[in-house]
Write a protein that binds this ligand. Structure first.
Ligand SMILES: [Zn+2]
Ligand SMILES: [Zn+2]
Length: 242
């Protein structure tokens, strides 16, 4: 049975609607057998975002805690249909993992074309690594068009397991997105988007869907530690083992 070795989309109490600390997340990850987590609290445009100093101070966290590697990231908000995001300007270069997502009320749902245009704009941003929960029903877009653009711009597509539970319509949309990633050979990452430590690494719904469509493991970047390290090196130019 396929499983993940890293959960690259985790929230901490620094986002005020999440309930666990970095250490609690690390302990839960270790118990779950994960080798790496990325902490990705919300960017400043969302009202529950951490104070700006938080992002600046991510540097005090070590690379590894209790045998689990840690990447210091952000879940940036897409703030308009041009695909601009709210990565704090002063700390842009400090992030080690950047997800870009659409969230209400930062972005109000528009037309299918609006959402498509926003994702195409995101593609041009070199600071963004991952396309976050793009299967959200209220932000439906031209999946065929955007998936091709993600591929052309080396963006990783997230299959967000929380979406299956909390985002209406996401099951069908995520399946369609995964099917297109398979067709166009776009790398994906499977994340929990956990807001509580005990949910870390819980991606069974996503794994089940991927297995149903016979998604090739070679395109999933977080099922093998060496493969993940290699991918992070290629994407971010950073060897996390050093
Ligand atoms: Zn999100
Ligand atoms: Zn999130």
């Amino acid at each position: 049975m396929l499983d993940i070795i890293a959960d690259m989309h985790c929230h901490t109490i620094a986002s005020s609607h999440a309930f666990s600390t970095v250490l609690e997340n690390i302990q839960a990850a270790k118990k779950r057998g994960l080798k790496l987590i990325a902490i990705t609290d919300h960017g400043p445009a969302l009202s529950d975002s951490p104070h700006p100093y938080y992002f600046f101070n991510l540097r005090v966290l070590p690379r590894q805690i209790d045998g689990v590697y840690l990447l210091k990231g952000i879940e940036a908000n897409i703030i308009d249909y041009d695909g601009n995001v709210d990565i704090p300007e002063d700390f842009k270069d400090n992030f080690e993992w950047v997800i870009a997502s659409m969230h209400v009320p930062v972005l109000e749902p528009g037309t299918r074309d609006d959402h498509t245009r926003a994702w195409l704009g995101v593609c041009k941003n070199k600071y963004i690594d991952v396309i976050g929960h793009s299967g959200t029903e209220i932000f439906k877009c031209d999946y065929e068009c955007v998936i091709k653009a993600f591929k052309a711009n080396n963006k990783i597509v997230e299959i967000n397991s929380s979406s299956f539970k909390i985002r209406d319509g996401a099951v069908t949309n995520c399946r369609e997105i995964a099917r297109l990633c398979k067709k166009y050979e776009v790398p994906i990452i499977i994340d929990s988007d956990c807001h509580f430590a005990l949910n870390i690494g819980q991606v069974e719904d996503a794994l089940k869907m991927l297995s149903e469509i016979e998604f090739p493991e070679k395109l999933i970047i977080n099922t093998n530690f060496e493969k993940l390290v290699k991918n992070i090196k290629q994407i971010r130019g950073r060897d996390i083992l050093k």
